[in-house]
Design a protein around this ligand. Structure first.
Ligand SMILES: O=c1nc[nH]c2c1ncn2[C@H]1C[C@H](O)[C@@H](COP(=O)(O)OP(=O)(O)OP(=O)(O)O)O1
Ligand SMILES: [Mg+2]
Length: 204
């Protein structure tokens, strides 16, 4: 007869899925863990902090290349995520290159980029990629939140959070409490699709 604790742990592992998330970004990891661990079908994250080189191209090409490389390094299934911040006035740029723009220009510089344009509309785009292993083609899950690029408000904890105000909220991501951001963010919208996909796998 197995002990009750063994039964509980085997029921737990049958109910809770576990997946490796490869990212070098601790803030992303925190949000992904918070979003996936909630709800009726929690998914546990086994984080792998690897700095994967990123190619140039569309958000989809960048996401696919990143995930392929991660699956090769891990020699197993994994997810990766790429985040883009897109300005309407610039036909979607900086897009997947936002990391370099933010590092070189800061929040103020990002705002200055849009001076002289007629719109400060922007959207945050999150692309999760899932690979079943080094020989499998990654599958993508996208989430988009529309908003406005604004002068920085709120604590500067995570990237461009202080200068992105989602439409109709009156708050920047940085001013929101974490639960509010996680209920409407680009990341949570992409994760809902990824969660549905992972949930459709048969139980081992
Ligand atoms: O919700 C967010 N709120 C504010 N800023 C954010 C968010 N999500 C990503 N970011 C920043 C991080 C990086 O400056 C750039 C995306 O670049 P990106 O390559 O996807 O992220 P990363 O290199 O930091 O981590 P990873 O190892 O997963 O590629 O936008
Ligand atoms: Mg990156």
């Amino acid at each position: 007869m197995p002990k009750i604790s063994e039964c509980t742990s085997s029921i737990y592992s049958a109910l809770v899925k576990k997946i490796a998330f490869v990212t070098g970004n601790a803030n992303k990891l925190r949000e992904v863990k918070a979003i996936l661990s909630s709800g009726a079908h929690p998914i546990e994250i086994d984080s792998q902090s690897l700095d994967i080189p990123e190619v140039q191209g569309s958000t989809q090409e960048v996401a696919i290349a990143k995930c392929r490389m991660a699956a090769k390094l891990l020699q197993g299934p994994c997810i990766t995520e790429d985040t883009a911040l897109c300005f309407e006035a610039m036909n979607g740029l900086p897009g997947p290159y936002i990391k370099d723009f933010l590092a070189k220009l800061g929040h103020e510089g990002l705002n200055k980029m849009l001076d002289g344009f007629s719109t400060r509309a922007a959207w945050a785009l999150c692309t999760f990629a899932y690979s079943a292993g080094p020989d499998s083609e990654p599958i993508l899950f996208e989430g988009r939140t529309d908003g406005t690029l604004v002068p920085a408000r709120g604590p500067a904890v995570f990237g461009w959070d202080p200068c992105f105000e989602p439409l109709g909220t009156g708050q920047t991501y940085a001013e929101m409490d974490p639960a509010r951001k996680n209920s409407l963010s680009h990341r949570c919208k992409a994760l809902e699709k990824l969660r549905a996909y992972l949930q459709s796998f048969p139980q081992e």
